[in-house]
Design a protein around this ligand. Structure first.
Ligand code: ZN
Length: 107
């Protein structure tokens, strides 16, 4: 039996014929339908729409996941900078105290 890359296709009485891979609905054959359109089709209209909306949902989910990861990375970067800023501020205050101390001693 001939193997088609598109699972919707098969040979019926020697004629390349398409059937929806979800429900088996007839999609056409190489004589009654544009050949290049036929070999690309996998679903009837109803299931093409369902599959499309599922893949849109998956796309939206991937996008949101990516956004969430970016926000998380930004937050930890901000935390890191805040920590470094606090260390610098503490160091600065220490230097200021030592400077004040030196000035006082010189007077
Ligand atoms: Zn279908």
């Amino acid at each position: 039996m001939e193997h088609f890359k598109n699972r919707a296709l098969s040979r019926v009485d020697g004629v390349i014929t398409g059937h929806c891979i979800m429900c088996g609905k007839y999609l056409g054959n190489e004589y009654d339908t544009n050949y290049y359109a036929l070999i690309r089709r996998k679903y009837c209209e109803e299931h093409a729409e369902a599959v499309h909306s599922l893949s849109m949902q998956a796309g939206r989910r991937r996008y949101k996941d990516k956004q969430r990861k970016t926000v998380k990375a930004m937050r930890s970067l901000i935390d890191e900078y805040m920590y470094r800023a606090r260390l610098l501020q503490e160091y600065n205050e220490e230097l200021q105290r030592e400077l004040d101390d030196l000035k006082r001693r010189r007077l």
